[in-house]
Design a protein around this ligand. Structure first.
Ligand code: FES
Ligand code: FES
Length: 236
């Protein structure tokens, strides 16, 4: 009996031992499952994260503007032309880019900064210079178009350090307020007086219509032009 019990106990012990083994085995299996599942989840998260990072990177034109492509690009050659101009009585031979405006040539390359840039699109007249005696907007005239021609800027109005009678009249009549439009006004008025030395008030106003004055000092400007002409003025 005892033996049996013992056996039974032993059997019980063996059963218990087998049960313990089975439990241990299951635990190991579970740990392995968890480990595998953890690895799988980590792998998934890492993979997904990488995918999200990749997805979050802007891909605009990646293929077209790779660094290798940028390095390989040569700046496009800018067409250039050699022109000959007379500027305020001085003959000049100069190489210009075909895209330069006359104003760029005068201001940036000859240092004649009298002509101003107001609108830069042919509306205000601040950039006016004379081209073969005619007032033109230098912001809207290509430098190559001046080839072989004569240019006069506001710097060319003085004579041996003396201002012209028109410039003096502008000062006498307070025609410049801020003065920004004044060089352009002077050039247009100079051209007018060259072709019409005794203009009427209406003729002055008509001739100056392409030169805006943001200070609205138009009456003084017209008075100055009439004074320079020695003209009595009048509406007609
Ligand atoms: S700057 Fe040339 S017209 Fe205004
Ligand atoms: S004086 Fe100022 S814009 Fe004419």
């Amino acid at each position: 009996m005892e033996g049996k019990r013992g056996n039974g106990d032993n059997s019980g012990s063996e059963d218990t031992s087998r049960t313990g083994s089975a439990d241990t085995s299951r635990e190991k299996d579970r740990e392995a499952d968890l480990l595998e599942s953890d690895l799988t989840r980590r792998g998934f998260l890492e993979g997904t994260g990488a995918a999200l990072v990749v997805a979050g990177v802007p891909t605009l034109g990646t293929a077209e503007i790779s660094p290798a492509t940028v390095v390989a690009q040569e700046p496009a050659a800018v067409p250039q032309t050699t022109i000959r101009v007379t500027v305020n009585g001085n003959r000049e031979r100069v190489e210009v880019e075909d895209r330069w405006t006359l104003n760029e040539l005068l201001r940036d390359h000859f240092g004649l900064t009298g002509s101003k840039i107001g609108c830069n699109r042919g509306e205000c007249g601040a950039c006016t210079v004379l081209l073969d005696g005619e007032p033109v907007y230098s912001c809207s005239t290509l430098a190559v178009w001046a080839d072989g021609r004569e240019i006069v800027t506001v710097e060319g109005l003085e004579d041996d350090g003396d201002v012209s009678p028109l410039q003096q009249a502008f000062m006498d009549h307070n025609a410049p307020q801020c003065g920004f439009c004044t060089p352009g006004q002077l050039m247009t008025a100079t051209a007018l007086l060259e072709r019409n030395p005794r203009p009427t008030t209406a003729e002055v106003r008509e001739a100056m219509v392409g030169n805006l004055c943001r200070c609205s000092n138009y009456n003084a400007i017209v008075e100055a032009v009439l004074a320079a002409a020695g003209s009595p003025g009048g509406a007609a």
